[in-house]
Design a protein around this ligand. Sequence first.
Ligand code: ADP
Length: 518
Amino acid sequence: MLDQALKILKDTFGYDSFRSGQADIIQNLLQGRDTVGIMPTGGGKSICYQIPSLLLPGVTLVVSPLISLMKDQVDALEKEGVSATFINSTISSADVRERLDGAIQGRYKLIYIAPERLESPAFLDWLNNINLSLIAIDEAHCISQWGHDFRPSYLLIKSMIDRINAKPAIVALTATATPKVTGDICDMLNIPSENVVATGFERENLFFQVIKGQDRDRFLESYIHKNASQSGIIYAATRKEVERLYTFLTNNKINAGKYHAGMPEQERNDNQERFLYDDLTVMVATSAFGMGINKSNVRYVIHYNIPKNIESYYQEAGRAGRDGIESECTLLFSAQDIQIQKFLIDQSEMDEGRKRNEYDKLQQMVGYCHTESCLQQYILKYFGDSDAAVCRHCGNCTDERESVDVTRDAQMVFSCIKRMKERFGKTFIAKVLTGSSDRKIKSFGFDNLSTYGIMSDRTQSQVSGLIDYLTAEQYLAPTGGNYPVLVLTPKAVEVLLGKRNVLKKEEVQAKQFVVQDE
Ligand code: ADP
């Protein structure tokens, strides 16, 4: 059967061989095994259901939240001679009826729908009028409350499957699933964990770096000028920041466009088109930009502000270098930006449990900015690949500063935290260690601790920086939402017992990242 699949890959889609994961997923589906497919963005998820749709006798239903992309996908399929259609809120009810009738007459092999369609009981009943062979769930992480883009309408997928008399094969596809999210997808769709096909998340051609302590506007301007002929995306956290950066860049003669959800749709779409066709070199945007955009020659992605979690970061940064050519992903870190993200979580309408989950994810994102280990490996471990190797080319892997032994300092921090009964957060711990005269310290009697003022030769911000580092390297575990309390991990206990040393890059020679001349 795989031979037939390969033939379709060549004849219909024009590709010579399967990419990693594709053949396994396709084979599973052709043999009726429900499957979860996890592949990086650009890895080729669509083909995993499009090829089976042509080999299975009935219709394939594709559930996707990306309404704006459905038409393009359907047009692309029609161009290859595959009959497909979509049903979503952008078409009139007369068109919906016509397409539904067409489907009953067997006019389409693939039907794309938005998940909201599943709220209609009439639609669910209607599904029994067609012979469904396969249901493909795109962006399947939307099923999970613990994912980064939970959509309640995705919960309806289960009741849809239960109501269908036939037994179509199910495939759930995503690019961003932590082990917890994968578990949720399997549970909800009743897919055994051995039917998860995950290809590596690694993107070898991406060069990650985190830049700290630099004038971000100057960095940006000089970076873009040095890469003048290259296409790039600048992500900022708020619409206001996008507007400011857009004005700043265009005033500096940079051929930039902007994109955020507060702009008129027409202008947004025009800018997107112009960027896609290289009429604009740089796009300054909020995270609203990029969903499903398949521009292959983006040479760099710069995050002007820290994103809300690693999933968003990897998805956005991953828009660089889709053509496989070396590309750079830079995050400009400034500690104040963490407050913006916390504010956004706090203001959101999520319940307390989900808010806590979001704070935890943000904390892991902050850890990315403070770690001195391989950045790509940090991301891969976040997505559950505990064996991920170091990349050898990210900003941390190539950081040539000397490592110094900071075991004594770390022991002071850990023993202070222990004496404070592991019930406080970073700022307060740093105050105790530096011997601050804060009244709250006296009220807890912490001025009597042997560790009070033990690091008074440092500034509070230096000690906070060390604590950030120790948190990023997982000696300390932050727990409990917006104002996390720091507790010692077993790794820290080993340091206290003298069984493990802590190394940290030399501060004094802090590497000034300068944009390299080509
Ligand atoms: P994803 O949904 O995983 O981000 P897509 O399905 O949009 O990725 O595929 C990304 C690009 O890779 C598309 O242009 C697609 O045609 C191409 N592609 C998919 N499979 C293959 C393959 N086996 N060989 C070459 N190109 C492929």
